[in-house]
Design a protein. Structure first.
Length: 728
């Protein structure tokens, strides 16, 4: 079907032009099927469960545009990852010429984001959508259309519950909502569609042929029985990647550990450098960009820059967001030829990977040892190869070490059907959090109404209601006992906890910590330790060699602990946990003592992105602690907000006024402090003097001056006024 035919479906010409400008002339079969089955009549919901790269996004775009034009209101586009959000943002921005405003929001949770009132299309993660709804901003009732991307992630143990509750909530708020759920192929797509009362579209069709195969002993055997000889190597993944580059393609290698991705990229770079294949001059410039993301590059930044110089790169959650963006963009421009990534890059993104290699099909789990990955996850990774925008075919390869393993991989992955997906809402912490939110928003005032709401979730659809009822009873009792609920409605404490977007259990820990601190000596250590006890803060992993350090610190700080440590003898597991809390606390202490990042990365075995994510969470928890302290009228709380600033920036107390200046972080603040000691002194200094401080430079010095004012600034303003006057 030609794109022009959209006109017959009531799409305005201008919108059709925009789609054509994207280079789309003819619809893919699943897109056509959705149109023929009435997608744009806006009368029913749709679930599209079709292979990777088959153009699901465009189906979402068409629905959103038609819906906004015909029915008004707002559209939400829900994605699992920030990076994917950015890609969808670019796609949807194209429609702004229709007079529609597009926003991307992923950050701060304690807000109803009133600014979004002015936008028509809002792209957001499921967590952010959930938190927005909890604040009940007036615009939420205007949401008339929702696209939920990668909905099979309902199956994800840690994030799935939020996704399904968010969808159920939105359907509950607006009975007239049009919902489009986009999914990978899953075993029980029909069940998902029935849950959502939706038309289901499934297909095996893929726009670009994806040749799936298995490598064994120097040969790829494809599922269609063809084969391809590769140079035999004891490092097959690398040989496979290089082979594609030699054929003028790019490759993407999925590796399970961050370390693994790094050492792979280092090896790939060594092979590519000096080979004449890569554009060394341009790559050098990109490497420089990577080195300048942080004021002082860390070891890992240098490592990444070095691999980039050699035309390869690694990509994992330990990198700075900005560095990930640089890497993705250089890969899309065909400058980086080989990219090694952890599986986080598997969801939805469009990359020019002609060949994807999945190096391991098992993952190490500390409880179960090696576990095989689900078919669905492997297919997601393989599906990054052969994307229509970039390639006319793709190759997706698993690696076998023996004939038996080859047969195993063929039967269990390449030829296997993906699994069914199951709700993960029954996990107690999820149910607790979402139960409180349901009361706090006034959607329930008793177990019956609560049950009514949860029966609309996928969990409610998959389970018998008596199982759910027993669970909910228990949770309501707990929440009432702990002061979150009273006579069927949420107390102030309950409401704020829900809005702060933290687990009620964490809210109790924070409240408890403040209570105890009113009577006991406390220090930064005390509060930092308290937040490490919450489920939101990912504690640092305790290695054997950390024991002594943690036991010693726990002993030394015993008087300042707001929570008594568990006994090493009667509760050895609890004690282990406690020691990793202490390790995490020590990390934060070093962080606010301004130990440099390289030191922290080595001592605590972290990557820069790990520091960033923990600091963000700690900042959030300290903010929550402050809010709860005020709510209960505690008086001794002065230090919490100060500590929050120190954690946010990783600084000592004396630098607090310095980091308030835009563009100044922990490293530059220290340099400024060493020279000027006070803000007053900076005000008195000339731009030249400020610029002479290490890492400041002229441009930043001017901005500092403009922000702080001071003599020179006044001179400039008077001059400006004069010139405006003469201009008259
Ligand atoms: N009708 C079309 N003609 C040409 N290209 C198209 C068409 N529809 C979509 N595309 C392009 O195909 C690519 C893949 O589309 P999209 O990202 O929507 O796939 P997807 O089905 O969401 O895949 P995944 O399951 O991996 O997320 C995009 O680059 C998109 O621009
Ligand atoms: Mg997609």
């Amino acid at each position: 079907m030609k794109v022009e035919e959209l006109y017959n479906y009531g799409m305005p010409e201008k919108a059709i032009e925009i789609i054509k400008k994207k280079g789309i002339n003819e619809f893919f079969p699943p897109q056509e099927e959705a149109l023929r089955k009435g997608l744009l009549n806006l009368e029913k919901n749709f679930v599209i469960a079709v292979p990777t790269a088959s153009g699901k996004t465009l189906i979402g775009e068409m629905l959103i545009i038609k819906n906004l034009i015909d029915r008004g209101g707002k559209a939400l586009y829900i994605v699992p990852l920030k990076a994917l959000g950015a890609e969808k943002f670019d796609e949807l921005k194209a429609y702004e010429t229709l007079g529609l405003k597009v926003a991307l929001t992923t950050g701060d949770y304690d807000t109803g984001a009133r600014w979004l009132e002015g936008y028509d299309i809002i792209i957001t993660t499921s967590e952010k959508a959930d938190s927005l709804i909890r604040h009940r901003p007036s615009w939420i009732s205007k949401v008339s259309c929702v696209v939920a991307d990668e909905i099979h992630l309902i199956n994800d143990a840690s994030r799935g519950a939020t996704l399904e509750v968010t969808i159920a909530r939105l359907l509950h708020i607006n009975k007239n909502l049009r919902l489009l759920a986009l999914s990978a192929t899953v075993g029980n797509a029909r069940e998902v569609a029935d849950w959502l009362d939706a038309e289901l579209i499934t297909s095996d069709w893929r726009p670009v042929e994806l040749k799936e195969g298995i490598y064994l002993d120097g040969k790829i055997i494809f599922s269609n029985s063809s084969s391809l000889e590769i140079e035999n190597s004891d490092e097959p993944a690398l040989a496979l990647a290089l082979d594609t580059v030699n054929r003028e393609g790019q490759s993407l290698v999925f590796i399970n550990t961050r370390r693994g991705t790094e050492s792979f990229a280092v090896k790939a770079a060594k092979k590519l450098k000096g080979s004449g294949i890569i554009e060394e001059k341009l790559l050098k410039e990109i490497a420089q960009e990577i080195l300048h993301v942080l004021p002082e590059p860390t070891k890992i930044c240098r490592k990444l820059a070095k691999t980039v110089e050699g035309g390869s790169a690694f990509h994992h959650a330990g990198l700075e967001t900005e560095q990930k963006k640089i890497v993705e963009s250089a890969y899309k421009k065909n400058l980086i030829k080989i990219l090694s990534a952890t599986p986080t890059l598997a969801a939805g993104v469009n990359l020019p990977a002609r060949r994807v290699v999945v190096r391991e099909y098992r993952r190490y789990d500390s409880n179960y040892g090696y576990v095989e990955l689900p078919v669905m996850e492997i297919k997601q990774m393989l599906g990054r190869a052969g994307r229509p925008k970039y390639d006319s075919f793709g190759e997706a390869i698993l690696i076998a070490r023996s004939d038996e393993e080859k047969d195993f991989l063929l039967d269990n992955y390449i030829l296997a059907e993906p699994e069914n997906i199951y709700s993960k809402l029954a996990i107690e912490s999820s149910l607790r959090t979402h139960t409180l939110a349901t009361f706090a928003m006034g959607y329930a005032s008793n177990t019956e109404e609560l049950l009514d709401f949860f029966s609309k979730t996928f969990f409610g659809y998959q389970q018998e209601s008596y199982a759910l009822e027993a669970l909910l009873d228990k949770i309501v009792k707990f929440l009432t006992e702990k002061g979150f609920l009273e006579n069927g409605s949420a107390t102030e404490f309950g409401k704020r906890t829900s809005e702060l977007y933290i687990d009620p259990m964490s809210a109790l820990i924070l409240k408890n910590a403040i209570e105890v601190s009113q009577e006991k000596p406390s220090s930064e250590f005390s509060f930092l330790h308290a937040i490490t006890k919450t489920s939101e803060l990912n504690k640092l992993y305790l290695r054997k060699k950390d024991y002594d350090m943690c036991i010693a610190a726990a002993g030394e700080m015993e008087d300042f602990l707001l929570f008594p440590p568990p006994s090493q003898y009667s509760d050895p597991w609890g004690y282990e946990d406690f020691l990793s809390e202490i390790k995490t606390t020590l990390f934060f202490m070093d962080w606010i003592k301004e130990r440099n990042e390289d030191f922290l990365l080595t001592k605590y075995n972290l990557a820069p992105g790990d520091i960033r994510s923990r600091v963000e969470t700690a900042d959030w928890l300290l903010y929550s602690m402050d809010v709860i302290a005020r709510l209960f009228g505690f008086t001794k709380i002065g230090e919490i907000s100060e500590l929050r600033l120190r954690v946010k920036h990783g600084i000592g107390e004396e630098l607090i006024p310095f980091v308030r200046i835009k563009g100044i972080g922990r490293v530059r603040a220290r340099k400024l402090y060493n020279r000027f000691k006070t803000i007053e002194e900076i005000k008195k200094a000339s731009i030249k003097e400020i610029a002479s401080v290490v890492l400041i430079g002229n441009k930043l010095a001017q901005s500092i001056k403009a922000q702080l004012g001071g003599e020179e600034e006044e001179v400039k303003i008077t001059k400006m006024k004069q010139s405006t006057l003469t201009g008259f």
